[in-house]
Design a protein. Structure first.
Length: 684
């Protein structure tokens, strides 16, 4: 502790000699504005910001606050640190760069110290992926942030961070005019969001985030996804629900979630966004960024709210993805649009939900819809008429070639945005929302792990029938329940042969009291089947009609091609990068980042599996030491020219001015504006 204090005193003395008096800075209304300002500067230069010491008066008002580079100081040694076998590498370098603000007599915060010197390498891909810098003009305001090349003391080796042609135009008058987008971020939200994203990436380098700003430097979209979300997408990203309801309807902060369904039919989160812009360009950027975070892989099906802007964005960015409207979100809209009708009848809501969630046959759906309109005198309701005109985009009897994974059944039971709704309120600080968001993710993932353990260690009595035993052994309990229902219903099916052609046989399947017949084609050569009900294509579980054909042909085991892996107990086993091809060509530093990200995801899966039992955990722990020794041997035998290539820039403690300005700022400006030419390197 005494050593740490001595280091701080020495650092304070160093800072006094490094304060740059030539820097022109504005005044700030509050601490969050100052943090946002320094974060914008840090993003342009290439480092992360951390809140440091502060002074509070008797009225609990902050009178002094220091913002520092994330590499400021040194990690304090903890008791027992010497016994740690593999201590974490030191990431701090005692960097003196900082900005200090004090509360002035006018009630505003003024910058009293500003140190621009860094004693470590600055990365053009650090927080600069967040911030775009606008080119200064002759009309630049005096409250801009100008770092001209005018260092008076060359012996100090101050950095010429930005040339005279570049400036950051800060909050002009700090009014809401800065945000020329559909919604205005609440006071302090931008700074809180940047703090959260930078902290998460500092703690977990495989954490992905990106921020879009408009042509004026106004923040419009924040997107983030942690490594577990990206791994989950590899296994369960076939169907994605883009829940933007609370963003589009104005419930406090505009949260949008990318969610899916795991093999236990639990909701998983693939990514999240704060969406202050609802234009088609904004949605295109968001979908492109989501696809980038998922290593270029797109879902088979994307469920969204009804929005022309979203539809156009999907057509432009995900042309191979089937687009459907989410029936749960349609139901939420109906609660508003039909509120008077629902209150006037006890049964209307139930009938409407039946049309949305239960009618899987076209004739059944059309009949139920017509009866609902006639019974409740809704033939002239324009909202229902418009909804019916696009029934092919949402009704269950249509678009059954697109995989759906039974999302509707889960959405009827839960909605993550509804759980977070209270914390999105402007009455609460945004950091409170992030805490609740992390808690929710943690709870969900703990529940998934518990279900994994129960599924693999279940001691339930096995079913007596052979095919049911097979299904119970491979399917998760949730998936087995779906299969069991189809298995029970096939008993009521009646089969009629329609003829054969070569190895192909066709059957007509009927059910008593159901006028709709279905037809199944069966290939005896490879046991491939196709049913007109499309249940297997839609949900991934063999339908009752297919099971009837198998039974008729005395096939007692379910063919392996009809056991979809996403519903298996071992759905998360095997390679984690299926369908996620990485190209390691080009820039060696970029390639190293990509390799690191991929390895993080691979070992995240291994860690999740190993944590399910004490034995596998111990085995994994022991093997990690062996693996690390082998990796060191590989590195030591690597050709020196490759080492030089990858580490070419590692021995520099300062970035050149030209590199930061022309390569960093210009490229990231393109990215933030949605250009495909932008330099994109995530995570750090």
């Amino acid at each position: 502790m005494l050593k740490a204090k001595k280091i701080r005193r020495k650092a304070r003395a160093v800072r006094e000699n490094l304060v740059d008096d030539t820097v022109s800075t504005p005044e700030f209304e509050n601490e969050d504005e100052a943090y946002e300002f320094y974060s914008m500067y840090a993003g342009k230069i290439g480092f992360n910001v951390r809140r440091a010491s502060m002074t509070v008066n008797n009225e609990n008002v902050i009178t002094r606050r220091m913002f520092v580079c994330s590499k400021e100081g040194f990690r304090e040694k903890k008791r027992g640190a010497k016994r740690v076998k593999k201590p974490r590498p030191e990431t701090r370098t005692g960097c003196p760069a900082c900005m200090v603000i004090r509360l002035g007599t006018n009630g505003k915060y003024q910058v009293t110290e500003f140190v621009t010197f860094h004693n470590h390498q600055l990365g053009a891909v650090a927080a600069s992926d967040l911030v775009m810098a606008s080119q200064s003009t002759e009309n630049d305001q005096d409250d801009g942030f100008d770092l001209a090349d005018r260092s008076p003391d060359d012996s100090v080796h101050k950095q010429n961070l930005i040339n005279e042609s570049v400036t950051i135009n800060f909050l002009e008058g700090r009014s809401c005019k800065r945000y020329k987008c559909t919604k205005t971020p609440h006071y302090g939200d931008v700074g809180a969001t940047l703090e959260y994203l930078q902290r998460m990436q500092h703690d977990n380098p495989s954490f992905f985030y990106a921020v879009k700003s408009d042509e004026n430097g106004n923040f419009t979209i924040f997107f983030w996804a942690d490594s577990k979300s990206i791994v989950d997408f590899v296994h369960f990203g076939d169907v994605v629900c883009f829940d933007s309801g609370y963003a589009l309807q104005g419930y406090g902060r505009p949260l949008a979630l990318f969610t899916g369904l795991n093999h236990h039919k639990q909701t998983v989160v693939f990514g999240a966004a704060l969406l202050y812009d609802e234009s088609d360009e904004a949605f295109r950027w968001l979908l492109d960024t989501f696809k980038m975070a998922m290593n270029g892989t797109h879902p088979k099906t994307l469920l969204t709210d009804r929005s022309a802007a979203i539809s156009e964005a999907i057509a432009a960015t995900l042309p191979a993805t089937a687009h459907r409207y989410c029936v749960w979100q349609i139901y939420q809209h109906a609660l508003q649009q039909l509120s008077q009708a629902f209150h006037g009848s006890r049964t209307l809501e139930g009938n409407f939900k039946r049309c949305l969630f239960d009618c899987e046959d076209e004739e059944e759906f059309l009949t139920a819809w017509k009866e609902m309109l006639e019974k409740y005198d809704l033939e002239d309701n324009q909202w229902l008429a418009d909804l019916f005109s696009i029934k092919e985009k949402w009704a269950l009897p249509y678009g059954r070639d697109a995989f759906y994974a039974d999302m509707k059944s889960v959405q009827q039971k839960e909605s993550l945005t509804s759980e977070l709704k209270k914390h999105l309120s402007l009455e609460y600080g945004l950091l409170n929302f992030f805490e609740q968001f992390e808690r929710l993710l943690c709870d969900r993932r703990s529940a998934e792990l518990e279900f994994d353990v129960n599924a693999n260690q279940s001691t339930k009595k096995p079913p007596s029938m052979r095919m049911l035993r097979q299904a119970a052994n491979v399917y998760t309990p949730a998936a087995f329940k779906m299969f069991e229902r189809e298995f029970e219903l096939y008993m009521d099916c009646m089969l009629y042969s329609c003829g054969e052609m070569g190895t192909i046989s066709e059957y007509r399947i009927s059910v008593e009291d159901n006028p709709k017949d279905h037809f199944v084609k069966f290939d005896s050569h490879n046991s491939m089947m196709n049913c007109t009900c499309k249940t297997f294509e839609f949900i991934g579980i063999p339908c009752r009609h297919m099971l009837k054909v198998l039974d008729t042909r005395n096939i007692k085991d379910l063919p392996v091609q009809y056991i979809v892996k996403r519903w298996r107990k071992d759905a998360k086993s095997g390679p984690s990068n299926s369908g996620c091809a990485f190209s390691f060509d080009g820039d060696p530093e970029s390639a190293q980042t990509k390799r690191y990200n991929l390895l993080c995801r691979i070992f995240s899966i291994s860690a999740a599996r190993a944590a399910t039992s004490a034995e596998s955990f111990t085995y994994m722990e022991n093997q990690s030491n062996i693996l690390m020794d082998q990796v060191e041997q590989v590195i030591q035998t690597r050709p020196p020219d490759i080492v030089d290539l990858i580490g070419a820039n590692c021995d520099r403690t300062q970035n050149s001015v030209d590199n930061i300005v022309t390569e960093g700022i210009h490229s990231h400006t393109n990215f933030l504006n949605g250009s495909a030419d932008g330099l994109i390197l995530f995570p750090l």
